[in-house]
Design a protein around this ligand. Structure first.
Ligand SMILES: Cc1ncc(C[n+]2csc(CCOP(=O)(O)OP(=O)(O)O)c2C)c(N)n1
Ligand SMILES: [Mg+2]
Length: 668
């Protein structure tokens, strides 16, 4: 199997009528990128840099696209798009510092190569997983559409990346929502060692656009004049008439996937064929031959660039290496959030858990005039649990957005909205389905503040839990999938009053918050709840009942299980702690209680291994050992998936074992 070379490259530079200064700028930008790369290859051989993904031979695409966009328009480049960064005129020493992991780079040494973004230059770099940024571009474009900005967002992918689900979700969402995004595929023949014939089975990748109802173009990616002119006219048109466009740039990867891996698997004739189409050399020849640039001017330009590179490299070398500081590292995982208390006004009404969430969400929509909510069937239908019933009438379809069944793509869009300064709430129809959006949550949202100081101002609502006889895919309580990941907050209320106030705070908090809502509580638990908007602090447990003999530590529906047991056993003298928030965790309340009672039992609805109970137990052992009168006890569900039929579900759940375990612990 080999890579197709059937595309006929056209190197007619004169048919596009660009003026001399544009032609020179295109050349200078390509030359800068090429010369930096050539320098990097030397440094690599000298062992001065560790890894390099070369874009040699593909410069026309980065430069042409970037020059066709305005500086306020976002670009989301990949690992071979050095030309995007240099054409946006990022100071070279900062790029070199980034690659050397120095402080003047963009990630304080926390991430390598092109894995960074910068709001100053409206560039949002990739995460390693390739596909997610395609959906992020949608969110940025949605923001510009909602703000009537007439901006275009350009996002890059290789042809290999188009096989990922993210690509298909992103194109589908962009088309359904008519978002002004240029999806730029750089088809360079290989994805690592995999040729196009083993990557996809259609003639051209733009054939996919038909299926998504999207306009598409093929562009000769080695002809910078064609790239710039065509993209320029496409961009002009998209600004007037917002819509997504799929562009396939035909080009070739002239070096290995990364420098160390070589190109042994690439047939010689392909290399020869494409080396004749070098975008920089061909254009240089055209400019010199037509006296658009003189030989002398050209030489001067090369000398200047060479000097600039050397000076900036020296500046980067001269900068000290990063000295690790634990506090700085820990503090940068989350964006600082100054909690503002909005006090409760006394007027209250007895409502159900579900009403409290609906009311909290609605009042947050009123508080934040540009807050967007997105989810499947949440608009006219009101969501499967009817939490957003009536929202469309009040807030309109721009802000209450039905989504296609694209969990990853929607989480990514939420990230994009946040980059463009807009808060959002995503409703997972069931918490179980979050697995289809797992990657952007744990890799994109969770890590972006730590990596490049970019907040992910997103709340993900998670209707979860057992007791509704719904089986392995509609009853899980999967908080432990997320409490493990630094950068996420996890909130899990058990009462209507807490749910309303904590949801308001989760939305105010600029960090990504997983907000768990137990379905069995939705219609069963009622409480007096203030009718007006109010907030409650995240990270504070609540001590529901005080006693001296044992500390019961739990959260979610199992708080109510524990209360039932205590109601049946009035002689048990227990502290009952409802954690309310799992990340951050209120260890102070836990330790104070255990130090007083000397006994601790942790009850969790999820199966035992690797759950919150295990960590709470360890924390107690490590911090309260001298006060303990008995081993810490964990009570959790059995180590199987959660079953459907109620007899099996009852056997599965920790609920029915808790009383016995508690009594045994008291006896110890
Ligand atoms: C989810 C995921 N799978 C695999 C990889 C490893 N990987 C990194 S780049 C790459 C090839 C990408 O090919 P393509 O999209 O064509 O871009 P190119 O490198 O050719 O520019 C692979 C397989 C990864 N980074 N992430
Ligand atoms: Mg490729």
């Amino acid at each position: 199997m080999s890579t197709k070379i059937s595309f006929e490259n056209n190197f007619d530079y004169s048919s596009h009528n660009l003026n001399t200064s544009v032609l020179k700028e295109l050349y200078e930008n390509m030359l800068l990128s090429r010369m930096i790369e050539e320098k990097m290859l030397i440094l690599l051989r000298q062992g001065k840099i560790s890894k390099w993904f070369s874009g040699i031979g593909q410069e026309a695409i980065s430069v042409g696209v970037t020059m066709a966009l305005n500086l306020e328009e976002y670009i989301l480049p990949m690992h071979r798009n050095l030309g995007v960064f240099t054409t946006r005129q990022i100071p070279l020493h900062r790029l070199f510092c980034q690659w050397q992991g120095k402080a003047s780079g963009f990630t304080k040494g926390r991430d390598r190569s092109f894995h960074f973004g910068t709001q100053d230059y409206k560039i949002v770099g990739m995460i390693s997983h390739l596909g997610p940024q395609l959906g992020v571009a949608n969110g940025i474009a949605l923001a510009s559409k909602l703000k009537n900005k007439l901006h275009v967002t350009a996002v890059f992918t290789g042809e290999g990346g188009t096989s990922e689900g993210d690509f298909h979700e992103a194109l589908n969402i962009a088309s359904v929502w008519q978002l002004p995004v240029l999806f730029c595929i750089e088809n360079n023949g290989y994805g690592l060692s995999t040729p196009t014939s083993e990557q996809y089975n259609c003639e051209n990748l733009i054939d996919r656009a038909i299926g998504y109802g999207m306009e598409s173009h093929i562009i000769n990616g080695n002809n910078v004049v064609e790239v710039f002119s065509k993209v320029n006219s496409i961009v002009e048109s998209v600004r007037q008439d917002p819509r997504p466009i799929l562009i396939e740039f035909k080009t070739f990867r002239m070096r290995g996937h990364e420098e160390a891996s070589g190109t042994k698997y690439v047939p010689d004739e392909l290399m020869t064929f494409w080396s004749e189409k070098d975008p920089v050399l061909n254009f240089e020849e055209f400019l010199v031959h037509n006296n658009i640039i003189s030989e002398e001017e050209n030489n001067t330009l090369k000398n200047e660039i060479s000097k600039e590179i050397d000076q900036n490299l020296q500046k980067a070398y001269d900068e000290e290496t990063i000295i690790p500081d634990l506090t700085t590292e820990l503090n940068d995982v989350y964006k600082t959030f100054n909690y503002q208390e909005v006090k409760e006004i006394k007027v209250s009404k007895e409502i159900r858990f579900i009403d409290a969430i609906s009311e909290g969400l609605k009042q947050s929509m009123e508080q934040h005039s540009d807050l967007i909510i997105m989810g499947q069937d949440i608009a006219e239908y009101g969501g499967v649990f009817k939490i957003t019933e009536g929202f469309v009438e009040q807030f309109g379809k721009d802000r209450v957005r039905n989504t296609p069944i694209c969990e990853s793509g929607i989480v990514e869009a939420a990230m994009g909205l946040s980059i463009a300064g807009i808060k959002s709430v995503v409703e997972m129809q069931f918490a179980d389905f979050v697995s289809s959006g797992f990657n952007p949550i744990v890799n994109y949202l969770a890590k972006s503040h730590y990596r490049w100081n970019q907040q992910a101002d997103v709340v993900i609502r998670m209707p979860c839990g057992a007791g509704v006889a719904a089986g392995p895919f509609h009853s899980q309580t999967n908080e432990a999938w997320f409490t493990k990941t630094p950068g996420l907050k996890v909130v899990y209320p058990a009462f209507p009053h807490d749910a309303k106030g904590l949801l308001a705070t989760a939305i105010n908090d600029p960090n990504p918050v997983l907000f768990f809502e137990h379905k069995a509580l939705y219609r069963n638990i009622r409480q007096d709840v203030p009718t007006e908007y109010y907030t409650l602090p995240i990270g504070k447990a609540s001590l529901l009942q005080e006693g001296k003999d044992v500390s019961i530590i739990t959260f979610g529906a199992s708080v109510h299980w524990a209360m039932e047991v205590l109601n049946r056993n009035e002689d048990i003298n227990a502290d009952l702690i409802d954690l309310r928030s799992l990340q951050p965790l209120d260890t102070e309340t836990i330790f104070t209680s255990v130090n007083k009672t000397g006994k601790a039992i942790i009850l969790q609805e999820d199966s035992l291994f690797g759950g919150i109970a295990s960590d709470v137990s360890s924390l107690i052992m490590e911090n309260c050992f001298e006060y303990l009168d008995a081993p810490v006890k964990r009570v959790a569900s059995i180590e199987t998936p959660i079953p459907f039929v109620s007899q099996l579900e009852n056997q599965y759940l920790a609920k029915n074992r808790f009383e016995k375990e508690l009594l045994e612990l008291l006896e110890y």
